[in-house]
Design a protein around this ligand. Structure first.
Ligand code: CDP
Length: 222
């Protein structure tokens, strides 16, 4: 079988991972996997079922009962229904880091992530891709940016998508998720030892994309 390649892009909230990962996947004709959307979908399912996302046992009860996947447009689906708009809501953003801290829910979603990636060329973005999900990835990028810049990016993105929010709310959410994501006991957010850090605070999307493509080329990924 021909070798397949994987690129892992990790980093804190709103550091621009998904924008960059999508462009790279497109250029290289790789599959793009947005693992954050899967944690958001689980959170949406918990809220929709009227359960409390802060209650680990109650949230876990949905494991195996719901199906989270991607459709032909690569949009996130819950039991076959496209929920790509719903997962971007403020309510989901406010609760997703609780859900993502529960070990059994992570194991359930990581299993799907590995299945999606197996024997395929993929660009996968998240928090634990280089450290855990694809620990043998051919290239691991750790993308960072200042909290203020990330809040600014998220605020602009929300405005474009018609989601009501303020810069202060975005900054609060970024800081809160940074804290929970990096302090959880199972698979916390941290750079893999063999990752390459890119600080995107003062970089354009094109500059980040080109930087990653340059390294991928040097490594013979394409
Ligand atoms: O797009 P944004 O950076 O806001 O976040 P996301 O990538 O959509 O991820 C949403 C949340 O899911 C994160 O804040 C983490 O709590 C969680 N997550 C995770 O724990 N592990 C992943 N591999 C991806 C996301």
């Amino acid at each position: 079988m021909e070798k397949s390649y994987s690129i892992a892009i990790d980093g804190p909230s709103a550091s621009g991972k998904s924008t960059v990962a999508k462009i790279i996947a497109n250029k290289l004709n790789f599959i793009y996997v947005d693992t954050g959307a899967m944690y958001r979908a689980f959170t949406y399912a918990v809220l929709k079922a009227g359960l409390d996302p802060k209650d680990e046992k109650a949230s876990e009860s949905l494991i195996g009962k719901i199906e989270i996947s991607f459709n032909e447009k690569n949009h996130i689906t819950l039991d076959g229904v496209d929920i790509s708009k719903e997962v971007r809501s403020n309510e989901v953003a406010d609760n997703v880091s609780y859900i993502a801290s529960y070990k059994n829910i992570r194991l359930f979603l990581v299993d799907s992530q590995r299945k999606i990636a197996s024997n395929k060329n993929v660009v996968m973005d998240g928090r634990d891709i280089g450290t855990y999900v694809l620990s043998n990835a051919d290239l691991k990028i750790y993308q960072i940016a200042s909290a203020e810049e990330r809040a600014n990016r998220r605020y602009k993105e929300n405005i474009e998508k018609g989601i009501k929010s303020s810069y202060e709310d975005c900054l609060d959410n970024v800081n809160k998720r940074d804290y929970i994501d990096s302090h959880r006991s199972f698979c916390p957010l941290h750079p893999a030892d063999d990752s390459i850090e890119i600080n995107t605070t003062h970089m354009t999307i094109d500059e980040v994309v080109n930087e990653i493509l340059k390294i991928a080329k040097e490594r013979g990924i394409y």
